[in-house]
Design a binder for this molecule. Structure first.
Ligand SMILES: [Zn+2]
Ligand SMILES: [Zn+2]
Length: 310
């Protein structure tokens, strides 16, 4: 039994159907058709998978693990992505969702002045009713919402359409985006909440984690972070990511291997993995659904920990 436990649907802010992104159903149909993996999870940014995903997958003989990918932060680090996994049959998603919603509120950015500036620059054209709402003092939206607006046809002038979310961020970087007040979801806090709700937390694509000064984390740093947060496991099967040309496929293979070696030192510490699929136009095949997968023994271990009957 193999698993792809890291995939994004069009529910993610950086996935659009017009650019090869897939809806939950389309993705499940594809996985069923290709037959490369039998266990799947959707890990959309800051959103948990739905009961309907579980039902549709089950009807297609796939084992579905409830999931999500939450952007968090810890002192001294840049963004840390945490994968959340749960068994939709055993736990009430509502409870995790409620806690997540609370965390999300804290993550929202105050951006009234910022949105005003974007309108002045001719980038933004929010619908009239929203325009009023958006530029009210203390109006808060999340970075993800802002990103979605910037890449959406509805909100952006043709001359400033960002096909790619990273281009939009780049543009924003030059516009004092960093100066907007915002609060982040704390990594440890998220891990505590998910544990209380009987879910599991996994450190996503660990070698993408950087310190504030831009240096990349190493194994010692990862160990400290794991001890600090009490996170349940780490991604040890992950493809070379297509949008960051910083790490070669060979280097990433080596890093995967090192991380798995290190993680296997503690038999209770989980190793997971998946393709991190975002869209079909992705030039690297290892990022397509099921092409980077978690082998049998690790898949079974995760399912057992989540209380699946297998
Ligand atoms: Zn991520
Ligand atoms: Zn991801």
């Amino acid at each position: 039994m193999k698993a792809d436990l890291h995939m994004h649907t069009t529910r993610s802010f950086d996935v659009e159907s017009t650019q090869g992104g897939k809806s939950a159903k389309q993705l499940l149909d594809l996985i069923k058709h290709e037959g490369k993996v039998q266990v799947v999870s959707f890990t959309d940014h800051d959103k948990l998978s739905k009961k309907s995903d579980f039902d549709y997958a089950s009807n297609n003989d796939l084992i579905f693990v409830g999931g999500g990918e939450v952007s968090t932060s810890s002192l001294g680090f840049k963004q840390i992505h945490v994968l959340v996994y749960f068994n939709p049959q055993k736990i009430d998603i509502g409870e995790i969702q409620k806690e997540l919603n609370n965390l999300m509120k804290g993550r929202r950015v105050m951006c009234a002045s910022y949105v005003k500036r974007l309108i002045e620059l001719g980038v933004f054209k929010p619908p009239r009713f929203q325009r009023r709402q958006l530029i009210q003092e203390n109006m808060i939206v999340s970075r993800a919402e802002l990103a979605q607006m910037l890449t959406s046809r509805r909100y952006t002038y043709t001359s400033h359409r960002f096909n790619d979310i990273h281009k939009a961020w780049e543009f924003l970087g030059g516009q004092d985006f960093r100066n907007i007040q915002r609060q982040s979801t704390n990594t440890k806090k998220l891990c505590d909440i998910v544990r209380k709700s009987e879910g599991l937390t996994i450190l996503a694509h660990p070698w993408q984690i950087k310190y504030r000064d831009g240096t990349r984390i190493n194994l010692d740093g990862i160990e400290r972070l794991v001890n600090l947060t009490g996170i349940d496991g780490i991604e040890g099967y992950y493809p070379y990511h297509w949008w960051k040309d910083e790490i070669s496929p060979d280097q990433s293979k080596k890093m995967n291997f090192e991380i798995r070696e290190w993680a296997s030192g503690d038999p209770d510490f989980l190793i997971t993995g998946g393709s991190d699929f975002h869209r079909n136009t992705n030039p690297r095949k290892t990022c397509l659904p099921g092409r980077t997968y978690l082998p049998h023994e690790h898949t079974i271990k995760l399912l057992e920990r989540l209380g699946y009957d297998i």
